[in-house]
Design a protein around this ligand. Structure first.
Ligand SMILES: [Zn+2]
Length: 313
C-alpha cells in the first residue's frame, strides 16, 4: 500500500498538521507501506515556496522519513502541485472534448445568491446548473469576454463510502446543483481535481486527512468513478479544536512547531505532548523526554478516540 501526507504551504507547520502527519505516517508504516510527501501548493496566492521548505525542515526535525517526495526523489518537482498544471489541463481537455465539463460565467454575486438559499450546506457547495444549458452557453460565450471557470457536468447519483473511522458516508449528488468547479476563472485548479489526479498518478491507496473533508470526499469518489480508477481507503481523522471550539489551524494563529521548538521542547516532547493530549496514547506511556515516531509504531489506530469528529486539546 501507499499512503501520503499532503500539506499546503500557506504557513508554518502547526499541531493540526502534525496530527495528520503522525497518523498517516503510522498508518502507512504499520502496514509496511510506502510513505509519500506531496506539497499541495495549488493556491498560488496563499502558498509560498519558503513555507514548503520550512515544513519539510520541520518534518525532518520531527523524525519523519519518506520514500517519495521532495528532497528524496529524482525530479522532485513532480511532488509539488504547482508544477503539475499541464497534467490537470490535459485531463480537462479530454473531458472538454467529451462535453463532460462546461464553462461557467456566473459572477461572484450571482453565486452568493444561490449559496444563501435555504438549502445551503457549508460542506457541499451548491450551484444551479445555469451555464450547463447549451443556449445559455452560447449566449455567454458571445456576451462575456471574461475567462470562465469550468464545472463538471455531474449525473445525479448516490455516492456512498465507508470511512475507516467515521463509518458510512452517504450523499446524493444532484445534476446541476452539484456541478462542481474543476478550474477557477483565475486559472487555479480545484482541490478535488488536483488531489484525485495526483493520488492516482502517484499510486496512493490510502488517503488519511482531517474530518473536514469527510463529506466533500464524495466528489472525489465521483471523479475516481468517472476515470474508472479504484477508490482508495479513506481515513478521516478528528479535527483538533481549542477550548473555544476553534480549529487548530494556521489561519487562527495556532501554535507552530517552530514556536514550541524555540520554547525548548524537543521533537520527541512535541510528539509526546500531542499523542498524550489527544489521548491516542495513555499518559503512562509518555515519559518526560517524550516519545519517538518509531516508538509509536506499536500504537493501534483502531481506537474509539479516532472515531470522533473533533478532539478538544
Ligand atoms: Zn454559471
Amino acid at each position: 500500500m501507499k499512503g501520503r501526507f499532503a500539506p499546503s504551504p500557506t504557513g508554518r507547520m502547526h499541531l493540526g498538521n502534525l496530527w495528520v502527519a503522525i497518523l498517516s505516517y503510522l498508518s502507512t508504516r504499520r502496514q509496511k507501506g510506502q510513505f509519500v510527501i506531496r506539497i499541495e501548493d495549488i493556491d498560488r496566492q496563499r502558498s509560498k515556496q519558503e513555507f514548503s521548505e520550512l515544513m519539510l525542515d520541520d518534518l525532518e526535525w520531527l523524525g519523519f522519513e519518506w520514500d517519495e517526495g521532495p528532497r528524496v526523489s529524482n525530479n522532485d518537482r513532480q511532488y509539488y502541485q504547482s508544477y503539475r498544471g499541464h497534467y490537470y489541463e490535459s485531463q480537462l481537455n479530454e473531458w472538454s472534448s467529451k462535453d463532460i465539463i462546461y464553462p461557467c460565467y456566473c459572477n461572484r454575486s450571482r453565486l452568493q445568491t444561490i449559496m444563501s438559499a435555504p438549502h445551503f450546506g457549508e460542506l457541499i457547495p451548491i450551484y444551479d446548473g445555469r451555464c450547463r444549458d447549451a443556449g445559455v452557453k452560447i449566449f455567454n460565450e458571445i456576451a462575456h469576454k471574461k475567462v470562465p471557470s469550468y464545472r463538471l457536468k455531474v449525473k445525479s447519483c448516490l455516492i456512498e463510502y465507508i470511512d475507516f473511522w467515521q463509518g458510512l458516508v452517504s450523499v446524493h449528488i444532484e445534476e446541476g446543483l452539484h456541478d462542481f468547479i474543476l478550474k477557477r476563472s483565475d486559472g487555479m485548479y480545484a482541490y478535488h481535481l488536483a488531489s484525485v489526479l495526483d493520488d492516482i498518478a502517484m499510486g496512493i491507496t490510502e488517503v488519511l486527512r482531517g474530518c473536514d473533508l469527510l463529506e466533500p470526499t464524495v466528489f472525489q469518489i465521483y471523479l475516481y468513478q468517472l476515470l474508472g480508477k479504484k477508490v482508495p481507503v479513506y481515513k478521516h481523522a478528528p479535527l483538533l479544536m481549542d477550548t473555544h471550539g476553534h480549529r487548530l489551524s494556521k489561519r487562527q494563529q495556532s501554535i507552530t512547531i517552530q514556536e514550541l521548538r524555540q520554547m525548548g521542547y524537543s521533537s520527541h516532547q512535541i510528539i509526546g505532548l500531542l499523542v498524550e493530549k489527544t489521548k491516542l496514547v495513555d499518559s503512562r506511556y509518555v515519559s518526560s523526554s517524550g516519545i519517538s515516531l518509531d516508538e509509536l509504531l506499536d500504537v493501534s489506530l483502531d481506537q474509539d478516540v479516532l472515531k470522533k469528529s473533533t478532539i478538544i486539546l
